[in-house]
Design a protein around this ligand. Structure first.
Ligand code: PEP
Ligand code: MN
Length: 287
């Protein structure tokens, strides 16, 4: 650990950052027999919960290859509003029905559930279902929502805003911790800038933010999970960036994987198959 630089030291002196940068603080987040920050931890599942057929059987297959938690959005933030109902009645997620399907999948597979809360009005319902509450990129600095999840006892997966600077990441963690919830996990998921591949790979929207992993390590011992799906936007790039994130020191991964990737209602271009996911787990020595 290097000596903290003056900028961070000043923030600490002003009581703006204390808990998030306190190396004496030991995160104590136990999920499904694993300790975050100590054990390799992999969250996987589809971008969205779509149907019973899609999520329930697949959750068991994910558990069987060693995944530690099941992800799936029931409330989906779509970049453009979706007005029409799609396949299986999906419209920016299945909402409460999606939560019920996640609960069924948990029952069937034994995997804890990671799902996103988009709006503070849905938090108490989502809190009844989720084992790990995801704050998405778009809400990274939604302070009302951060204050509310800070009052809960469930772990929070805080995804980095695509614009977030390192002190803003720490500040958002601090806000949750300051409200009382110390079970914060940072999830890096790619940032704005340099989409210099986009004319050739149109689904790439963000640039991988791998160097933020060692940078955060210099300032905090909050566990760091890397999302190689949103940060690449393209299925063939998920495996190499996943491996790079682990090499850079990430404590685990959050990956989108779908039983039929090309049929995925949302984020189809970055969805990987079970086989590809298994290959990634093998390559990072995940057990
Ligand atoms: C997600 O993980 O389902 C998601 C919407 O990601 P992000 O908030 O990073 O865009
Ligand atoms: Mn997605």
């Amino acid at each position: 650990m290097i000596k903290k630089n003056t900028y961070i030291q000043n923030l600490e002196n002003q009581n703006k950052l204390k808990e998030a940068t306190d190396f004496n603080f030991k995160p104590d987040i136990h999920i499904n027999g694993k300790v975050l920050g100590r054990d390799s931890f992999v969250i996987a599942g589809p971008c969205s919960v779509e149907s019973r057929e899609q999520i329930v059987n697949y959750s068991k297959k994910l558990a069987d290859i060693g995944v530690n938690a099941l992800r799936g959005g029931a409330y989906k933030p779509c970049t453009y509003p979706i007005k029409e109902k799609q396949k299986f009645g999906w419209q920016e997620g299945l909402k409460e029905k999606g939560l019920d399907l996640l609960a069924e999948a948990r029952e069937f597979s034994g995997l804890p559930i990671v799902t996103e809360v988009l709006d503070v009005r849905d938090l108490s319902l989502i809190n009844q279902y989720a084992d790990l509450i995801q704050i998405g990129t778009r809400n990274f600095q939604n302070y009302g929502l951060l204050d509310e999840v800070g009052k809960l006892s469930k772990p929070v997966l805080l995804k980095r805003g695509t614009w977030g600077t390192i002190d803003e990441i720490l500040g958002a963690c601090e806000r949750i911790m300051f409200a009382g919830n110390k079970k914060v996990i940072i999830c890096l998921r790619g940032v704005v800038g340099m989409p210099s591949y986009r004319h050739v790979f149109p689904s790439i929207r963000w640039a991988p933010d791998l160097m933020m992993i060692p940078a955060l390590r210099e300032l905090t011992n909050i566990p760091i999970i890397y999302d190689p799906s949103h940060s690449t936007g393209y299925a063939n790039f998920v495996a190499p960036i996943a491996k790079a994130a682990i090499a850079a020191g990430a404590d685990g991964l959050a990956i989108e994987s779908h039983p039929n990737p090309s049929e995925s209602i949302s984020d189809a271009d970055q969805a990987i198959s079970l086989e590809t996911l298994q290959g990634i787990l093998h390559s990072i020595g995940h057990t």
